[in-house]
Design a binder for this molecule. Structure first.
Ligand code: SF4
Length: 335
């Protein structure tokens, strides 16, 4: 999959067409004129993707447009059409925290769903009653697939978020979805939340499907533990729900296989789902600035750097030095 950032702003301020920002400090580095990926930049990215085999192969699996809040980009409909010239599998991620059904953001999402773009959401309990619940109902009238990201800070939080989804789907005809959600609810309820570590959690949920699939509707669930981020923007070693266990990320690129590529709005690429806070240093090229040959050369060189860094991370783990930064500039939790 290719994950492409199309919007810097998060929309948390006025929740529709922010033109200034005091909410998310890092945005202050970006002038408003650079908040939105432009159609011209999308055209340039699309051409490059078609001409770099590795990127084109990932795009044929799926291009996922994200941000920031992708629906806040005023040109998002045209941008999606550009990426649909690369692959039929284009989807977009939204927070679905929308003011009203006359909101420009909602009207754009409706247009996208009508174009066959799958719209996915992250569940926000604070926005559920006021916004997400209503708009999710409207989305189900327009598309037959939906992936919901559930970001949880504790098992109690996860249980409560699954409960929101379960109550919502109980009012629909999709019994296969309620059955899956009930399985999650029962499994999470039966965990001893004070003594559950990540291994126990994974074993307990191990064989539970991530998708409730039927031709009339498919729901995908993606359960994502939350992480604290320090003042320098670095992610902590352990996730919030399982603070005693370092949370390691397997790096396919270090093993010679690129399974996912994240493209930042400035064109910089990272071969994992990092949104920038892992601060991984090896460069995989810039899809806006570099030629296909330069991109391939950077990928090849950086994969070797990743492999060497991962080997050192392993040695550090074995010798009780987990968390030490290695000279290759990769995060200490990647292995
Ligand atoms: S080493 Fe870098 S590219 Fe690999 S998983 Fe970690 S952050 Fe991603």
């Amino acid at each position: 999959m290719l994950s492409i950032f199309v919007e810097t702003s998060c929309n948390r301020y006025n929740r529709d067409e922010c033109v200034s920002c005091h909410v998310y400090e890092p945005l202050m580095e970006h002038p408003v004129s650079q908040w939105h990926l432009t159609v011209e930049q999308a055209v340039s990215m699309a051409e490059k993707i078609k001409n770099v085999e590795v990127l084109n192969a990932l795009a044929q699996q799926e291009i996922n447009l994200t941000g920031g809040e992708a629906s806040q980009n005023p040109e998002i409909v045209e941008i999606c059409k550009v990426f649909q010239t690369v692959t039929p599998h284009v989807c977009l991620h939204t927070n679905l925290d929308i003011l009203s059904d006359t909101s420009k953001r909602w009207l754009r999402l409706v247009e996208l769903m009508k174009l066959g773009i799958r719209v996915d959401i992250t569940l926000y309990p604070t926005a559920w009653e006021s916004s997400q619940k209503y708009f999710m109902g409207e989305m189900l009238k327009l598309q037959s697939k939906l992936i919901v990201n559930v970001v949880y800070e504790s098992l109690t939080d996860l249980q409560s978020q699954i409960g929101l989804l379960l109550n919502f789907f109980k009012d629909t005809a999709y019994t296969h979805v309620t059955e899956l959600l009930q399985t999650y609810a029962d499994k999470i309820a039966s965990l001893n939340k004070d003594h559950c570590d990540e291994k126990l959690f994974t074993q307990h949920l191990g064989d539970t499907e991530a998708f409730a699939q039927k031709p009339e509707f498919t729901l995908g669930l993606s359960l994502l533990p939350a992480f604290k981020i320090d003042d320098n923007g670095h992610r902590s070693m352990a996730s919030m729900p399982f603070p005693k266990d370092p949370y390691f990320i397997g790096c396919p690129a270090a093993r010679g296989s690129i399974d996912i590529m994240t493209i930042q709005q400035n064109g910089e690429m990272t071969p994992c789902c990092d949104v920038g806070n892992l601060k991984c240093q090896p460069k995989f090229g810039n899809v806006l600035m570099d030629t296909p040959e330069e991109i391939m050369a950077k990928m090849e060189g950086s994969m070797k750097v990743l492999a060497s860094g991962i080997q050192k991370n392993h040695e550090n783990l074995k010798t009780g030095k987990a968390g030490h930064l290695v000279e290759e500039g990769i995060p200490p939790y990647c292995h």
